[in-house]
Design a protein around this ligand. Structure first.
Ligand SMILES: Cc1ncc(COP(=O)(O)O)c(C=O)c1O
Length: 421
């Protein structure tokens, strides 16, 4: 471990929760260099929906590499990109009646968000973007300006501007009608809110604490955007690619966002790839206006195409995800009832679930205890008050039961630790 301490920046973070050196990974398991297995309920923060080194995807990738096929090509046309676009159109967009164009904005989620924000501003000629309390959209300055977390915002070093925060669904504990504040500001020419270019929203806030927006709230937001001619951006970077069941996390609400961001599991293999999707009429970019070196990662196109072919040509994965999500919810609900004194309660949709605690430090302690017992489990929320479960969608029921049992043991131990004075 010495080299990490000596050479790697203090900014490193996940490794502090999981002091192991990982080497191999297969399916729902990751192994440290001594061969100790860890059940992975973190799944690359949602980048490994199909597990580690999925064999179907790996076979396609290996064939591609062995054949000396082109790996890097900026945004030149390549066979791998053509296959990906064709498959994405046939398997994802076509069946859902979505007439989106596809932009490859750079490899990470934040690149997709930056492109979405820039395009919305260019198209509308307006500057302000509405975001929501506890939203998370990435670490680059534009994305950070629409992110809630004060610690992350503090790292910017410059004012984060051209954004306005509104209450997310249930932020006011159900006491205030939805969108009361936003609608009042939009209606009042004296409110001080400049006409917004766009609204950016997650349907389930992953980093913000597994806060779920109801389908009704999402429909209300979409209708409000239409009424005031504001573009609706759904950031599906963490909740897309099947995490909540359907391919896009907004499908159950029956809304059609103007712009959608995808990354994390879109390559299916943990290889960086991001997409910004937008309605055809929004494609007002000039050639090269949003550029970048890593916008044609062909190995990611190959695994991304294989993932769509393997998992999205029928609805089997979606049905399994919904069923497994219910299993997780049932186990967590029973645990939360048992630990009601620690203020435990359950949140989530599909296979994005969380158990939140009002007892300070409990969720962190659950994550620590889980690691000691061989399970990777992240925390989320502004105070790290939620133990967050993002198992691979391909995890077996047995693996889920095993992981949930570890969480239950770790949680029972965690709540015994007295609260700090
Ligand atoms: C909803 C959402 N948007 C954007 C991002 C940023 O993605 P990246 O870390 O790849 O830049 C994340 C990352 O967790 C995310 O969850």
């Amino acid at each position: 471990m010495e080299i990490f301490d000596r050479l790697e920046s203090e900014v490193r973070s996940y490794c502090r929760s999981w002091p192991a050196v990982f080497n191999e990974a297969r399916g729902s398991y990751i192994y440290d260099e001594s061969g100790r297995p860890y059940l992975d309920f973190f799944a690359g923060a949602g980048s490994l929906n199909y597990g580690h080194n999925n064999p179907e995807l790996k076979a396609e990738l290996l064939d591609y590499l062995i054949g000396d096929s082109v790996v890097h090509s900026l945004d030149a046309y390549s066979v791998a990109k053509r296959d990906f676009l064709q498959t994405f159109g046939d398997v994802v967009l076509g069946p859902r009646g979505l007439d989106y164009k596809v932009q490859f904005p750079g490899p990470a989620g934040n690149n997709a968000v930056e492109a979405a924000l820039k395009l919305a501003r260019k198209y509308t000629g307006r500057e302000t973007v509405i975001s929501f309390t506890n939203g998370f959209h990435g670490m680059t300055l534009g994305a950070l300006a629409v992110t809630g977390n004060s610690m992350k915002r503090g790292g910017a070093g410059v004012p984060l501007s051209h954004a306005a925060t509104m209450p997310f669904d249930n932020y006011m504990d159900g006491k205030t009608p939805d969108f009361l504040w936003l609608r009042s500001l939009l209606e009042d020419s004296g409110s001080g809110l400049d006409a917004p270019a766009a609204v950016i929203v997650e349907t389930v806030q992953g980093e913000g604490g597994i806060n779920v927006a109801s389908a009704e709230w999402l429909r209300g937001l979409s209708a409000l955007c239409k009424e005031y001619d504001i573009l609706l951006i759904v950031d599906d970077i963490q909740m897309g690619c099947g995490r909540t069941g359907p391919f896009f996390s907004f499908e159950h609400a029956g809304i059609e966002p103007d712009i959608v961001t995808l990354s994390k599991s879109i390559s299916g293999y943990g290889i960086p790839l991001a997409l910004t999707l937008f309605k055809r009429e929004l494609d007002v970019w000039d050639p090269g206006e949003h550029n970048g070196t890593f916008r044609g990662p062909n190995p990611a196109f190959v695994t991304g195409t294989a993932a769509l072919n393997t998992f999205w040509r029928d609805d089997a994965l979606q049905q399994q995800t919904l069923a497994k999500g219910e299993l997780i919810e049932a186990r967590l609900t029973a645990l939360a009832e048992e630990l009601a004194d620690a203020g435990a309660h359950v949140r989530g949709r599909g296979m994005a679930r969380g158990i939140a605690f009002t007892q300070e430090g409990a969720a962190k302690q659950v994550s620590r205890g889980a690691f000691e017992r061989g399970l990777l489990l992240e925390t989320s929320g502004p105070e790290d008050e939620v133990a967050k479960l993002l198992p691979p969608l391909t995890a077996t029921e047995e693996e889920l039961e095993q992981g949930l049992e570890i969480i239950a043991e770790a949680a029972r131990d965690a709540v015994k630790i007295p609260q700090p004075a």
